[in-house]
Each structure stands twice: as C-alpha cells, then as structure tokens.
Design a protein around this ligand. Structure first.
Ligand SMILES: Cc1cc2nc3c(=O)[nH]c(=O)nc-3n(C[C@H](O)[C@H](O)[C@H](O)COP(=O)(O)O)c2cc1C
Length: 317
C-alpha cells in the first residue's frame, strides 16, 4: 500500500515522531492497536555521536517494535556521519532527517526548521545521509519558515534531488508552531512536484480530518500525531472510516482503564518508576479527556509519585 525505498508497508497510517512521547512503551501500545510504521523520538546527531546516554537510550527497541524509523536532527556533516555509523549497530527500517522542529533551542543552532532557510545546506546534509545510510532516508519538513517564505515545494524538489525516498510534510510554517490551521494546498503542491511518496501531517485529529488530508492533498500516507495522544484506538478508527465511512464506537471505560494500566506498567518496566511516573502524568490527562468529573483525579495524578498511587487514581476513573 505504501513503499518507501525498499520498505513495503501494508498501511499508510504512520505514528508520527514526537519528542517526549514516542518512546518504546508508547510505540508498542500503538502497534497493539494497529500502528505499523512508527518513529523514535528525535535524536540529536551530535549527542549520539558522543554516545550521550540519553541519546543512546532513545534508540532502545524490542522484539515486535518494527518497522521502525529513527529521526535525527543536526546540521554538521561530521556529526551526522558519526551518528549514522553508530546507528548501523542497531536495527531500523528508515532514517529520517528533521527539518521541521520549530523549537527555538533547535532552530537557534541552525537545526530543524531553520534548514528551510538554507536549502543548499539541507541538500548537502541529505546527500551525506543518503550516501552513508544503509536504510532509505526520508526528510520531515514544514510549509516554510513563515507565511511570507512558504517554500515546501522547492524544499521537496531539493530533497528529492538529494535522493530521499519519501517526504513528510507538516502543513504549517515554523512560526505557526502548532496553532492555526494546516495548509492543505501546500501539501498538495509538494505532492504534485515530486515522484517520491509524500506523507501529510497536521490536524489529523479525527477520522474525518484524516480523510480530508487524503482528499485535499492526494498524499500517499498520513502521520497520526496529537490525535493519537491518549487515544491508541485512533489507528483502527481512521482505518475503518477510510474503508467504509463508519465511525467506531469509543472504547468502554473498562477498556480505557485497562489500557492506561497496561501503558503505565510497560512504562515502569522500561524506565523504572522514578522516571516513568512523572512522565506518565501527561498521558493520564490525555486518556481522561472528555470523561466526566475527572478534574480531581487529574490533579491527584499530577502529584502522584509512585506506581501504587497512580494505579489507585486510575482505578477511580
Ligand atoms: C509533543 C509533540 C512532539 C513532537 N515532536 C516531534 C519530533 O520530535 N519530530 C518531528 O518531526 N515532529 C514532531 N512533532 C510534530 C508531529 O510529528 C506532527 O507533525 C505535528 O504534531 C502535526 O500533526 P497534528 O496536528 O496531527 O498533531 C511533535 C508534535 C508534538 C505535539
């Protein structure tokens, strides 16, 4: 259904890379509910080349965690080279390059979305990655830096020229961050300009909006990002809607509770309670979105320190 370089996928619904979110337990949970291709969190090439412990940890995977993409961010050829050398000791299926991250601490170093302002450099970096990587290389871009410099079409052509096997495009500018609406027209212009698969991203927050992304842009696949937060059922929901136009019923409260516990247990097993519990608080809030009378539980979850405390709060949902 979707081919990226030598990787053949059955599904064109992809779990987006999300820093601080798409760790191993989160990926496995989404896979359990229908995700196929998933991505690691964004890994800094320089940190990885120095074997920074946190960067190495982000490469952690397990049986069943495939197909898996690794996303690098950086802007120095030397560190990208060294990072890729390190990556070759691991099993991945795709190597993605981040030219989309809008965070000031990233763009101030000329990385992430800042590369949309220097296409010559972006091309040089992508060429190096294509040359050095044993996996298909892809790139994630945004519409442009700001509304007066929308250049996704040009960026995509440059990236295709550099040899990338697919283009992921978030249809917002860097300056929009995550606000305002996604520009379907700019994604369509990318799709019309290149031969490699184009995967659309932005505001895929419901099954209907997923269909809209395909309909308006003609894209080959879509990224599921914020729509999947606290909602691992989103993959099946979108798949079913695209197949026959029906909307699946929301899972029962029992299923939600069981899923939260499963997610919590696998996070604690992977990272230990001291790290997993604080990181889990945000997930609790996402899982309980739309449920009645959850405010006191959310307040309690945000103060929970141990697995026992968190489980007790979950049981009260
Ligand atoms: C918390 C969070 C972290 C993200 N981290 C990354 C990242 O590390 N790399 C990346 O390419 N995109 C990242 N994104 C962007 C998403 O992959 C996606 O393109 C964006 O959220 C738009 O899709 P949506 O509107 O459907 O959420 C992140 C988004 C969120 C909400």
């Amino acid at each position: 259904m979707l081919t990226i370089g030598k990787l053949k996928l059955k599904s064109n619904l992809i779990l987006a890379p999300m820093a601080g979110i798409t760790d191993l337990p989160y990926r496995m949970l989404n896979r359990k509910f229908g995700a196929e291709l998933a991505f690691t969190e964004m890994v800094n090439a320089r940190s990885l080349s120095y074997s920074n412990v946190k960067a190495l940890e982000m490469l952690g995977s397990a049986k069943g965690d495939r197909p898996l993409g690794i996303q690098l961010v950086g802007n120095e050829p030397e560190y990208l080279n060294r990072a890729i050398e390190k990556l070759h000791k691991y099993k991945f299926d795709i190597l993605d390059f981040n030219a989309a991250c809008p965070e000031r601490k990233v763009t101030a170093k000329g990385e992430g979305a800042a590369l949309l302002k220097d296409l010559g450099k972006l091309k040089r970096l992508l060429k190096i990655m294509v040359r050095e990587s044993r996996w298909p290389v892809t790139v994630k871009i945004r519409a442009g830096w700001e509304k007066n410099s929308v250049n996704a079409r040009e960026t995509a052509v440059v990236a295709e020229d550099a040899g990338v096997s697919a283009i992921f495009i978030h249809g917002r500018t860097r300056n929009q961050l995550y606000s305002g609406s996604v520009d379907y027209g700019v994604i369509k212009s990318v799709k019309d300009a290149v031969k490699v698969p184009v995967i659309g991203s932005g505001d895929v927050l419901s099954a209907q909006l997923a269909k809209k992304m395909f309909d308006e842009t003609g894209c080959d696949g879509i990224l599921l990002a914020r729509g999947a937060l606290g909602n691992p059922w989103f993959f099946r929901e979108v798949e079913t809607y695209l197949e026959d136009g029906t909307i699946q019923e929301r899972p029962s409260k029992e299923t939600v509770v069981k899923t939260i516990k499963y997610h919590l247990n696998s996070s604690v097993k992977c990272f230990g309670a001291k790290r997993a519990i604080p990181a889990f608080r945000k997930f609790f809030c996402w899982y309980t979105k739309g449920l009645n009378n959850v405010r006191p539980l959310r307040v309690a979850a945000c103060a929970a320190e141990t697995k026992k405390e968190m489980l007790e709060i979950i049981s009260k949902i």
